[in-house]
Design a protein around this ligand. Sequence first.
Ligand code: C2E
Ligand code: CA
Ligand code: CA
Ligand code: CA
Length: 280
Amino acid sequence: GMLLFILLISCAVAYALHKYFNKYTTPEDTLRSAIDNGEIVPFYQPIVNGRTGTLRGVEVLARWKHPTAGFISPASFIPIAEKSGLIVQLTQSLMAQVIANMNAITSKLPEGFHLGINFSATHINSPAFLDDCMKYRDSFQCKDLTHVIEVTEREPLNVDEQLITKLNILHDSGFAIALDDFGTGYSGLSYLNDLQIDYIKIDQSFVGRVNENAESTILLDCVIDLASRLSLSIVAEGVETLAQVEYLNRHNITFLQGYYFYKPVSFTDLVKILLSRPRE
Ligand code: C2E
Ligand code: CA
Ligand code: CA
Ligand code: CA
């Protein structure tokens, strides 16, 4: 009798504590359970050849499919993931889902399809990074994919020897390295000598300034000029208007990404796009 009573009391206490702490869970705890519950899912934004309108590939963008709040933007949870180190698990979970998605549509993928994924410096610096990338690549049934590693220079990228070595190893193993948000960073340009970068992604803050006013493109012109002098390929981001498409075409920027063409879409919608588009 006494034993049962004690058992009941401790159960009640445990339940109350559980309730209490759930009220005060940290953003990290909430994010951790979201990752564990598979609520962080990949969306895909097509990148097109602006001349032909054909699909060059997609960029994977994280979305939090919240059970009650709907889709939550990565701008609100990627910083929490980076600060807490959860970005490693988050990205690993995304990679696993991307593999499953792509392996379900192997025969529908255009030749040489580019598949870009964003990596934070915290993850690149973690011991798991190289192994994660190699296993990722080897898990795709389609061997004709170009795997793009997007590294942002927005957060001051600590370009130390270790990071350069790792990215150069991946480049030499056939990955494409893309420098994201080009022109917005603080890290200076010196690392462009050491890093084997395949292309740069021009930030939407530059592309967004293209309008009827000729002066509005001075910065963009400089960034394009710099990239071409360094023989870097270019993807323009945040392309929203026909005027921007025409400007970019005139400047031989072939690969374009933005709402003018497509928003980031769910896997289901990506499949619909792939089935309805002409092939490169
Ligand atoms: P980003 O890598 O520069 O991704 C491009 C962002 O621009 C995406 O925002 C995309 O939805 C948005 N975008 C695309 N086209 C247009 C356009 O025409 N107009 C405008 N206004 N915006 C456009 P999103 O998906 O909210 O992602 C924001 C940032 O969060 C990304 O910027 C990236 O830095 C980060 N992020 C997203 N997913 C991941 C991830 O899986 N891992 C890491 N480390 N970072 C991620
Ligand atoms: Ca990106
Ligand atoms: Ca970008
Ligand atoms: Ca951006």
